[in-house]
Design a protein around this ligand. Structure first.
Ligand SMILES: [Zn+2]
Length: 118
């Protein structure tokens, strides 16, 4: 097995041996990604979590790109995970007003709570 020294933090720089990651050939990347993301015990984590798991044990070039593509194309995640897109206001729809006071809008509030009598 070919190993690659890629410590993630100072702790792995010490003599613990955790800084050495298994070098993964391109032919095995999908299997590794399945183990880190798609396996029953992996829980279909997001891109960040899957990349973190992969970096703990493995190393290959362009890991971030491969993880991102794998997670985004996972059929299980596409079917069951909710959309993470931020909800924004709709597109601005200008009113075509031709003369003043043609359209009036009022925001009504109330009744408001009264103050405490002392
Ligand atoms: Zn998934």
């Amino acid at each position: 097995m070919l190993v690659f020294f890629a410590p993630l933090d100072d702790e792995e720089l010490e003599n613990s041996g955790n800084g050495f990651k298994a070098a993964i050939p391109r032919s095995l990347i999908r299997r590794v990604l399945f183990a880190c993301h798609g396996h029953v015990m992996s829980g279909h984590g997001g891109i960040t979590k899957t990349k973190f798991r992969a970096k703990q044990l493995y190393h290959w070039k362009k890991m971030s790109r491969d993880v991102r593509n794998y997670v985004r194309s996972c059929p299980h995640c596409q079917q069951y995970k909710p959309c993470q897109k931020k909800v924004t206001a709709g597109e601005y729809m200008p009113h075509n007003i031709s003369e003043p006071w043609e359209t009036v809008a009022v925001d009504l509030m109330g009744p408001k709570p009264t103050g405490i009598d002392r």
